[in-house]
Design a protein around this ligand. Structure first.
Ligand SMILES: C[S@@+](CC[C@H](N)C(=O)[O-])C[C@H]1O[C@@H](n2cnc3c(N)ncnc32)[C@H](O)[C@@H]1O
Length: 229
């Protein structure tokens, strides 16, 4: 555990360090559907200072940087960041090892993006407050997460390691009401929330995922830090 890290973050850092070498090649329907439907939501961001929270191996960071943004990625896991660093070596991206809850990077940012991280956040009130502090007035906050109904049903981030052992990450179920209330308390205004369902695009990637057709897989929220008082 580092000085500014909670025990939960330490456990997840160690698990993501183990997942890092496999992550980009890992067959995971949640990552696949996020990869199809989240990028269009932030595709208009260009020429901005953007923070990618829990950037992992840089799946979204690379898109944001190629769109001409000055991107900062923060992540707990040095293993995940090492993969990102290699992929992003030709781009002007700042990658920071740290816990967004206890050691946020210096801001401000015009937009904040986070994918598949909220489930690991034990204290959403602190999380949204950090984001609100870091955002410029008028800035947008874009979140993609495992759908709350799946999380309530027991779905959480997990993988099988090189030795065939199933590893579950530490996760927390946040209700829609909690997310809205804590974001609102932090001064963020909800603009949109969209449920993304499994369909032909997902099943076309892997026929096993036909079982997800018609199922709410992820939810995407967009928030704004209001520009005026
Ligand atoms: C499922 S991965 C998602 C990575 C990337 N956003 C993506 O969508 O491919 C979750 C990432 O969040 C990071 N993470 C979890 N809790 C964090 C925290 N409190 N602060 C910073 N990063 C965190 C983990 O280390 C991990 O890399």
């Amino acid at each position: 555990m580092t000085q500014s890290e909670s025990p939960i973050s330490t456990t997840n850092r160690e698990s993501y360090d183990r997942w890092a070498e496999l992550y980009d090649g890992y067959v995971n329907s949640t990552v696949a559907i996020d990869d199809l439907y989240f990028p269009p939501v932030y595709a208009h961001l260009s020429g901005l200072r953007v923070l990618d929270i829990g950037c992992g191996t840089g799946r979204h960071t690379i898109r944001l940087a190629r769109a001409g943004n000055r991107v900062t990625g923060i992540d707990l896991s040095p293993g995940m960041l090492a993969v990102a660093r290699e992929k992003l070596s030709s781009l002007d991206v700042a990658l920071i090892e740290g816990d967004i809850l206890t050691a946020p990077p210096p801001g401000p940012f015009d937009a904040v993006v986070t994918a598949l991280v909220l489930e690991h956040i034990n204290d959403p009130a602190v999380f949204f407050a950090r984001v609100a502090d870091l955002l410029t007035p008028g800035g947008g906050f874009y979140i993609s997460e495992i759908h709350p109904d799946r999380i309530a049903g027991g779905t959480q981030a997990n993988f099988v390691d090189r030795d065939g052992r199933a590893v579950k990450l530490q996760s927390f179920a946040h209700s829609e009401a909690d997310i809205r209330a804590t974001a609102s308390q932090a001064g963020l205004r909800l603009l949109t929330h969209t449920d993304v369902f499994g369909g032909e695009a997902l099943a076309g990637l892997n026929r096993d995922w036909i079982r997800h057709v018609g199922r709410a897989m992820i939810r995407i929220w967009t928030f704004e830090k209001p520009a005026g008082p």
